[in-house]
Structure formats: structure tokens, C-alpha cells
Ligand binder design. Structure first.
Ligand code: SF4
Length: 322
């Protein structure tokens, strides 16, 4: 697992939006200078509260959104330098699984048609070959192919997500971004879908970027975890290292908010920091986390802390590391 499949370099995605008062435009820095790589075969978890920029990041690394600045190298090529035809070709290799795959699809289309759509768009086989592929991928995700003439509303939430995963895998991608893919499901169904994603990864040699606000879910499935706060990476490490040795006060607060470890070991001090996330349009000066941080000192209000290596492969952005 050492070869980089994707390298993200100082990626920024800003939006110009109108203020409530009138004409003045403001800048929303949804993703604000993030750099990381994704190794072939790994599951990179991206975690953070709602509004931290993780979904925008997922869509921008797939070029579903145009960037503001920075680079996304996929197999060594900058995604944003590709022309339309090259991008259409690459789309076969990079796919996305959404929270509700049917929210943007025609509810009057039968499931078989929805799953075969990417194959038909890319002319990936004869009608007989496409029908065979639909049957086999439905079986793989645990949906009986005899149900392919049913409509989306005739399936449960978990089954619909299996169908969404089938649709993402029809073109045999190598990289899949899962954006809150289990967030809408019951906990018992979540585990089934996470296990399915694990099985499919092993069988098809897939690499995932797994985005979720739920740290328990990210911890369950990921091999490495990135923690985001207001558009920036504030901590990043292999899963086991992050679980045992997280250093950033925000990561500590996240772990305390989700009951993952022995409750007696939780630091009471961190519990008080979980208030509302400030607006990304006008984030706090210095370290964006300082208004919620019980350890904030003067420098935290003035300068943003650099993302530094605190142990091999473990990066953290906090003045306490200095
Ligand atoms: Fe808290 Fe300061 Fe570290 Fe930010 S830099 S997390 S405010 S101690």
C-alpha cells in the first residue's frame, strides 16, 4: 500500500456568495489549502462536523466541482488539466456513492435501467453483455437480479444503497468516494453496508475516500483518517495511531463526543468545547478552533498553526505541538 493513487496539493475551493444585507459578495472558503495523498488500496476516512468542507473536498477531487486553486494528481496527471474527452474516459475509473443515490434519479426508472445507465452512456458492451453485467453486479451487492424491474421506492434504504453501490461499480472503477454513504441508515444496516464495501474493496482492488460526520463509522472502516475543521486539515494519521495518540484538541473533542473508548478515560475538559461550528464565511482569526478550545492561548488567536509531523506519518496543526 505504498503507491500513491491520488495526490492533492494545496487544494482550495472558494465560493463567492451574496451577503444577506445586499450586494456585497463574501467568500466562503469551503476547502482552504489541503494537501494529502491516497495510497492504492487504502480507505482514507475524512471526518468532521457538518460544514467543515469534507463533501466539497470529495466532489472537488473527482472534479465534480472546479477548483479555485491547487492540484489533484490522479495517476500522475492533473485532473484539472484534462480536456472533456480525457475526463469522460477517466470517469470510468473514479466514481462516487452518495448518501441517497436516488434523490437525483428518475423514480420512474427501473432499477436495472438505473444500474445499466453508466454502461450505456460509456457504450461498454452489447445489450446482452450489459444485461449480464447488471445481473452479476446486483448479485455481488446482495440484491436478487430478479428484482431489476422494480422501482427504487420498492426497496428499503439499505437495499437502495446497495443499488447505488452497484451503479458506482458497473464500470469497474479503481477509486470511489463514498460521501456520507451510510449516514441515512439504521445502525444495524450501516454495519452491513460497511462490510459490503470492505468485501468489494478486497475483491475489486478498490481504493476509497470515505467521508462521514460520524467518527465511529470512519473509525470502523478506514485505514487512515483525516480530520477537517472549517476547510482545513487539522490532524491526519493512520487509524490506529489516531485512535490511540490523537493530539489535536478538536480531535479529542470528537472522540469524546462519540462513545468509542472507555468512558472513564474520557477527558471531561474536552466535553465543553462542542458548541456550534463558526461560519466558514467569516472564520475566527488565527486557529479557527480557538473560540471553542479549552487550551487556547494568545498566539492561537493571532496565527494559524502549521500542519506539522508529530510522529512518523502523524500530522497535527496546533500550537501545543510547538
Ligand atoms: Fe487550541 Fe490553540 Fe491548538 Fe487551536 S492552536 S487547537 S486554539 S491550543
Amino acid at each position: 500500500m505504498s503507491e500513491s493513487l491520488m495526490e492533492v496539493k494545496d487544494l482550495k475551493k472558494y465560493y463567492r456568495i451574496s451577503s444577506r444585507e445586499g450586494n456585497a459578495k463574501q467568500t466562503l472558503k469551503a476547502v482552504d489549502g489541503v494537501s494529502f495523498d491516497i495510497k492504492k488500496g487504502e480507505i482514507l476516512g475524512i471526518v468532521g462536523e457538518s460544514g467543515c468542507g469534507k463533501s466539497t473536498l470529495g466532489k472537488t477531487v473527482l472534479r465534480l466541482h472546479e477548483k479555485t486553486e491547487g492540484e489533484v494528481l490522479y495517476g500522475g496527471r492533473d485532473l484539472f488539466s484534462l480536456d472533456h474527452k480525457e475526463m469522460v474516459d477517466l470517469r470510468k475509473s473514479i466514481q462516487m456513492v452518495f448518501q441517497d443515490p436516488f434523490s437525483s434519479l428518475n423514480p420512474r426508472k427501473k432499477v436495472g435501467s438505473l444500474i445499466s445507465q453508466p454502461l450505456r452512456i460509456h457504450k461498454a458492451g452489447t445489450p446482452a453483455e450489459i444485461a449480464e453485467k447488471v445481473d452479476s453486479i446486483m448479485e455481488e451487492v446482495g440484491i436478487n437480479p430478479m428484482y431489476k424491474n422494480r422501482f427504487p421506492h420498492q426497496f428499503s434504504g439499505g437495499q437502495r444503497q446497495r443499488i447505488g453501490i452497484a451503479r458506482a461499480l458497473t464500470l469497474n472503477p479503481e477509486f470511489v468516494v463514498c460521501d456520507e454513504a451510510v449516514s441515512a441508515l439504521d445502525v444495524s444496516v450501516q454495519a452491513q453496508i460497511l462490510n459490503l464495501l470492505q468485501d468489494l474493496r478486497e475483491k475489486h482492488d478498490l481504493t476509497y475516500m470515505f467521508i462521514a460526520h460520524d467518527l465511529a463509522v470512519v473509525e470502523y472502516i478506514s485505514t487512515r483518517i483525516v480530520v477537517m475543521y472549517l476547510g482545513k486539515i487539522i490532524e491526519m494519521a493512520d487509524k490506529d495511531e489516531l485512535v490511540k495518540n490523537h493530539t489535536h484538541p478538536y480531535t479529542k473533542a470528537l472522540f469524546n463526543a462519540f462513545p468509542l473508548t472507555d468512558p472513564h478515560k474520557r477527558d471531561q475538559k474536552e466535553k465543553i468545547v462542542m458548541g456550534d461550528v463558526p461560519s466558514p464565511i467569516n472564520p475566527p482569526t488565527g486557529c479557527h478552533f480557538h473560540p471553542r478550545c479549552p487550551y487556547a492561548k494568545d498566539i492561537c488567536k493571532q496565527q494559524y498553526p502549521p500542519l506539522k509531523e508529530v510522529s512518523p506519518g502523524h500530522m497535527s496543526a496546533c500550537w501545543l505541538n510547538e
